[in-house]
Design a protein around this ligand. Structure first.
Ligand SMILES: [Zn+2]
Length: 314
């Protein structure tokens, strides 16, 4: 009886203990900025939080998980500086002042360029009485971290790929230069054979706002060489390795299309077909609109590629 009881208790505890990582999915709502996915690993010294989202509700979900599991947040790893992956750093730092933050140093160039321009555009929107209050709250939250970058800045700068411990747990830490941003950090956890790759993979459509298209293709090749079983993208559902290869191939075909003579509509239709498995019905129009912009302003804009395939300078 006691053995049965012990067995039942182990069975009850097993799902949580066996969970290789905890995913807090980021939403991609219409009319609002997205939140990146957050992936949480348990480490000897506490929790390792990969990306922290944009909105306060997302940060609250991370803090709530830590409280429920009675574990402190020991470290944050930011895949890249985009505000849908870093804004929550400040919420977590306020709750856990000793949290260690790991990221590339790409934020510095972004502060002098992309984020500076974004702040000016945000100010114009804040002055516009037609902009809804919810959007203004989001803009103000973004502006606060741009004005006080120490709130999100790393205190451990990742400058190269290598195996290292974070909060006492071993990870293969990878740095891909000039891909979705100037410095994209991604992790491979050998124990669970999980790769968490930030926006190097975004299910519905590559978010190419600060993309070096060529470097991105190279980064996807590097990801493919890792023997992961599960890959968690920056946005969207976890993928198998076979799914990732499908997505990678869709990206390569999109890149080929934008380099050739085909019309923009054909390249968009090609992506929608090749990546159909990752595009849900609710985001069909979103994908078409996003690609329409990215093809003109990034993939087929040589001056933008020149800008994003080298360090950003003010
Ligand atoms: Zn993102």
């Amino acid at each position: 009886m006691i053995r049965e009881l012990a067995g039942a208790l182990i069975a009850l505890a097993a799902p949580a203990a066996a969970e290789p990582f905890h995913l807090i999915p980021g939403a991609i709502p219409a009319g609002k900025g997205p939140d990146g996915n957050t992936i949480i690993f348990h480490a000897p010294n506490g929790l390792v939080v990969f990306d922290t989202g944009r909105h306060p509700e997302h940060a609250a979900a991370i803090l709530d998980y830590a409280r429920r599991r009675h574990r402190p947040i020991a470290a944050i790893v930011n895949s890249h500086w985009h505000l849908d992956h870093t804004t929550g750093n400040w919420d977590l730092r306020q709750a856990y002042p000793h949290v260690a933050v790991y990221a590339s140093n790409a934020l510095e160039g972004a502060l002098a360029t992309y984020l500076k321009q974004g702040r000016a555009q945000g100010d114009a929107m804040l002055a516009d009485p037609k902009v809804p209050a919810a959007q203004k709250a989001e803009l103000k939250r973004g502006r606060a971290v741009v004005d006080h970058p120490a709130r999100i800045r790393p205190d451990h700068v990742i400058r190269r790929s290598g195996r290292m411990t974070i909060a006492g747990r071993w990870f293969d830490v990878h740095l891909s230069r000039f891909a979705a941003t100037e410095g994209d950090v991604w992790l491979y956890d050998r124990k669970s054979r999980t790769a968490v790759v930030g926006d190097l993979v975004v299910g519905i459509v590559p978010f190419a706002d600060t993309a070096c298209a060529e470097g991105w293709a190279k980064a996807l090749k590097a990801v493919d060489r890792v023997p992961f079983v599960t890959l968690v993208p920056g946005h969207g559902e976890p993928m198998t390795h076979a799914d990732f290869r499908l997505w990678k191939r869709a990206y390569e075909r999109l890149l080929d299309c934008t380099r050739g003579p085909a019309g923009k509509a054909a390249c968009i239709a090609g992506w929608q077909k090749d990546a159909a498995k990752f595009i849900d019905a609710a985001h069909g129009d979103y994908v078409a609109r996003a690609l329409d912009y990215y093809i003109d302003h990034r993939f087929r804009a040589p001056e933008e590629q020149a800008r994003y395939c080298k360090p950003l300078e003010g």
